[in-house]
Design a protein around this ligand. Structure first.
Ligand code: FAD
Length: 398
């Protein structure tokens, strides 16, 4: 479960050791041998940062991505909302201590803004009744349930102005046609001389060869890819790694009716569901309220039909804020277990399995949030991508 994992991560001496490993990965941006031909599988944060830094080092990089967009689990929803309003399907919050995320936000000159509103009141229902609290009451509730990694001073949390996917889009813009979209990988193999990747292009199989392959495909999908070259230990880990469910439901309203009652649209329920108003920093009058359910609640919501997810959420939030039904215009939902190219929100292989997960198998290297000391964060994906850059750059055949 994400809760105990996050708390454990914070305290773990291993996390500190891994953090220093990561620091050395960041520093080691110096081409250490002849340029290599590298195939990066997946254009999420891990694959993008690796492709970007390997290209800067002078390597010949190609990225194969199954989707028709970059970013993977970083995805800003503009549809079906009106007036240019948007909300996040995946990554949304950036804490002040995620140095790698901040580094690339700055490198691409993206603007940050506070994640939480300082005006009006949030609601808490986790003490048995309904409480109106300043926004730090909301982050206190988060800290109480999930640990400091999701709590602390509200001011330490920021978001990217315009949507989190401005970050992967910035990487993708610099990589240009090195990224091949709509190219799901179906087989990864290697021999003494090279690695080969088989992928589908418009339904037909194609093959590319490379000196090195960096695989950032989540284990939830990698288990369906043919991997004859991998050790049985790694294959077992890929099969058994559990991915958590997350569900989000979005309601667009004609007016921000909660504001008339002195509320900012943030709430924390007795079942530890977060309610956000992502539109608070976007121009009105329309607004979006959204729910964020983690494992336990998320599976229940995933099982419902789309219209039921919206209607039950509308009832739940109307009971909390009042006046929502009259102002409701349209709803949308995102359940990560259903996402064809994620099959889950996040995972952690476990500290005991980190070495197996991260170990290269010959010319095949690995990265992704699930094998980082910051699972379920962009920071985790970035750190493993940078680690792989160093490993590939320094690779010499055994
Ligand atoms: C609901 C939710 C909330 C989150 N909140 C936050 C937050 O507030 N702050 C934060 O920092 N982080 C947050 N995260 C975590 C963050 O989004 C992830 O850790 C990070 O984006 C993962 O990056 P990745 O590159 O490891 O994986 P992914 O983003 O999953 O990238 C993997 C890529 O591989 C592609 N792929 C899959 N199969 C194939 C195949 N067969 N062939 C080719 N390509 C394939 C996928 O399409 C995808 O683009 C959140 C995530 C979720 C889901």
């Amino acid at each position: 479960m994400a809760i105990t994992r996050r708390q454990f991560l914070r305290r773990s001496a291993l996390a500190v050791a891994a953090a220093s490993l990561n620091q050395s990965a960041v520093r080691a941006i110096v081409l250490s041998g002849p340029a290599k031909k590298v195939l990066v599988l997946g254009a999420g944060m891990a694959g993008l940062v690796a492709a970007y830094e390997l290209t800067k080092l002078g390597h010949d990089v190609t990225v194969l991505e199954a989707r028709t967009r970059p970013g993977g689990r970083v995805h800003t929803l503009h549809e079906p909302f009106s007036d240019g309003l948007y909300a996040e399907a995946g990554a949304a919050r950036i804490p002040d201590d995620h140095d790698l995320t901040h580094k690339y936000v700055k490198e691409f000159a993206l603007s940050l803004e506070p994640f939480y509103p300082s005006q009006l009141h949030a609601l808490r229902f986790d003490h048995g009744g309904r409480e109106e609290v300043p926004i730090d009451g909301f982050t206190n509730a988060m800290e109480g349930h999930f640990g400091y990694d999701l709590g602390g001073n509200p001011g330490r949390w920021q978001k990217i102005k315009g949507g989190t996917d401005m970050l992967p889009k910035a990487f993708a813009e610099r990589l240009g046609n090195k990224i091949h979209y709509g190219s799901p990988v179906v087989r990864i193999e290697q021999d003494e001389k090279q690695a080969r990747v088989v992928f589908l292009k418009a339904g037909r199989q194609e093959t590319m060869t490379a000196d090195n392959v960096l695989c950032t495909i989540p284990f939830s999908l990698l288990r369906d890819v043919e991997l004859p070259a991998l050790s049985s230990q790694k294959r077992d880990l890929i099969k058994k790694t559990h991915y958590d469910a997350v569900s989000r439901v979005y309601l667009q309203t004609r007016n921000r009716v909660w504001e008339d009652k002195g509320l900012n649209g943030f709430a924390f329920t007795s079942g530890a569901i977060e309610i956000w108003q992502p539109s608070w920093s976007q121009p009105g009058p329309r607004g979006i309220l959204m729910t964020y359910a983690r494992p336990g609640e998320a599976e229940r919501i995933t099982k419902l039909k789309e219209n039921e997810r919206v209607s039950t959420t509308l009832k739940q939030l109307d009971d909390m804020f009042g006046g929502l039904r009259e102002s409701f215009e349209r709803g949308a939902t995102k359940c990560w277990m259903e996402d064809e190219w994620s099959r889950g929100a996040w995972a952690f292989v476990g500290f005991g399995n980190l070495a197996v997960a991260l170990a290269r198998d010959g010319r095949i290297h690995f990265a992704g949030e699930h094998m980082s000391q910051w699972p379920s964060w962009m920071q985790g994906a970035l750190s493993t991508g940078l680690r792989a850059v160093k490993e590939i750059d320094e690779f010499v055949k055994d």
